[in-house]
Structures are given as C-alpha cells and as structure tokens.
Write a new protein. Structure first.
Length: 192
C-alpha cells in the first residue's frame, strides 16, 4: 500500500484544526477529502460531537475552545470516516494535569463507545498504564520493542485505579525498563 488509508484515523499532539472553520466544518473535513456524502458526513459529525461531549459547540471556532475541547474535536474528526484504528501521538501532552486526567477518562469512554482499537504514543508511564490493555516499551535508537506488558487492571477504570497496588507496581516495572534503556518511549494499545 502507498499513501494514506481510510482504515486509520490520526490525532496529533496539536489538534491542527483550521482556525477559520467552525467545529462542525473541521470535523467533516475528512469527508470532503474522501469525497463522502456531505449529508451523511454532517449527520455523523453531529453524532461524534455529541459522543465527545461537544454537542452545542458545532458553530464555535477553534479559538473559542479550550485545549481539551480542541483535542476532542480532533478525535471526532479522526473518527468521522469510521476507521478501524485510531492513532494518537501524545494528544494530551500540552494539557495541564487535571485536564489531561479528564481527557484520559474521556478517551477511554470514547474508545469503548466507538469500538475502536487505539494506539497511543505517550511519554507518561502512568497514562500508559491507566489507558492500556498492553504497553509496548520501546528502546531508543534504533527503536525496537524491548518488552510487551499486559495490563491486568479491571475495566471500566476510573482515576481511583492509580491507588491500586497493581497500578503502582506496573508503573514501577515500566520505569525500571526505561531506566535500563535510556531515551525510550512507552506506547499504548487500547484493544476492545
């Protein structure tokens, strides 16, 4: 295969919304690019905005939204064309700690509701353990998987799970792996 595929939706660290387009117009953009039915895309965009908790914000511009809200628009946009896999590259890295925690809970809810496999790249060990079913720990250059760790914490998860001894032990295990291989990045796969 060469080039992009509609099988994958992508969310970057920066929401990359077009500032002159409304929230709704940003979400339907992949439909325009893929030449999908405009009415169906608009209806799907409205459903997705409700799913990500932004019903009523359709006509707002990105500059009128908080960072977390912009990231939720980016997630809705990535889901518009119903990809099988959602790739997220540190989507909450620039958010404050409280907003990041809330967005992690939202991401878990959205992932479960949408029934998608999510592959998340993060530098946050706690975030990787909280969100994932498996954590793939990668080495620095050359990047290779040095260990795959199954996360056996029950679902659905709330932020209270961070007090679970298994959570703490898993975070410590990953931290030790990273210390042994300087410069590594934990990768997360949310499988449903």
């Amino acid at each position: 295969m060469h080039g992009p595929t509609p099988e994958i939706g992508v969310v970057f660290q920066d929401a990359n919304l077009m500032p002159w387009r409304t929230v709704l117009a940003n979400v339907v953009l992949p439909g325009e690019v893929l030449r999908l039915d405009p009415r169906a895309c608009r209806a799907r965009a409205m459903e997705l905005l409700a799913l990500v908790g932004l019903g009523g914000f359709e006509m707002k511009l990105p500059g009128e939204l908080s960072g977390g809200m912009r990231q939720r628009v980016a997630i809705a946009r990535a889901l518009l064309h119903d990809p099988r896999i959602l790739l997220l590259d540190e989507p909450f890295g620039a958010l404050d700690a409280m907003t990041r925690d809330n967005m992690n809970v939202e991401l878990m809810r959205i992932s479960a509701s949408a029934g998608k496999t999510v592959f998340l790249i993060t530098h946050s060990i706690a975030e990787s353990v909280f969100l994932s079913d498996r954590v793939l720990v990668m080495s620095s250059r050359p990047g290779r998987i040095i260990e795959t760790i199954a996360i056996d914490l029950p679902r659905p998860r709330s932020l209270d799970v961070v007090g679970d001894p298994l959570f703490a032990a898993t975070v410590l295990r990953i931290r030790r792996l990273l210390e042994q291989s300087t410069g590594t990045v934990p990768h997360v796969t949310l499988a449903h």
